[in-house]
Write a new protein. Structure first.
Length: 191
């Protein structure tokens, strides 16, 4: 009798498993029709909420390379892109930045002007070193009580000795000068 009870338990468990799998399948079949139909893209005209994210996920990957795939794009995205492009074109700050960038690019591509800037950079470095040496000598003499300078010289803020930062500042000062000069030339030519 123990064997029969064990067999009955196993059979009951098997039936329970079948029922649970059938119920889950039936439930998914009852709801699947909601997701199988393609979302109508014009439902928003009737006041219904449309999930565009779901619709975009269902577009196959290869359809974008098909002929006429550009017509499938969302027209609102196109308008948004146009708006940002118009704002960038009409923004005076972006126009100024573009002028500066063009002048900088022209300066960096011109080897003669770069040589002149490097010479100027070396001269500035020499002047700064000589000034620093003079200041150190004046401080030393002031400390020792010499007659050169009775008052100790206040230390100026030290600029970094980095060649790149100095070159960068020289380039930008030259560019700003060019931009101002070009704006002045444009103003006189318009008169």
């Amino acid at each position: 009798m123990d064997v029969n009870r064990d067999e009955e338990r196993k059979i009951a468990e098997i039936f329970k498993e079948r029922k649970s799998t059938q119920n889950s399948d039936n439930r998914s079949e009852k709801v699947d029709f909601l997701y199988k139909d393609k979302v109508d893209s014009e439902e928003y005209l009737l006041g219904k909420r449309v999930d565009t994210h779901f619709e975009r996920q269902n577009i196959p990957q290869g359809s974008q390379s098909n002929v006429g795939a550009k017509f499938d794009e969302d027209p609102f995205l196109h308008n948004e892109r146009l708006n940002t492009q118009i704002k960038q074109r009409e923004d005076p700050l972006s126009a100024m930045r573009k002028k500066e960038e063009d002048a900088r690019r022209a300066l960096l591509n011109n080897p003669l002007k770069m040589k002149l800037l490097e010479k100027e950079l070396k001269e500035r470095r020499k002047k700064r070193r000589s000034k620093d040496g003079d200041e150190l000598l004046a401080r030393l003499m002031a400390i020792k009580g010499g007659k050169v300078n009775a008052k100790p010289v206040k230390a100026k803020r030290k600029l970094p000795d980095d060649d790149q930062s100095l070159l960068y500042r020289c380039v930008w000062s030259y560019i700003s000068f060019i931009c101002l000069y070009m704006d002045g030339a444009n103003a006189t030519s318009q008169v």
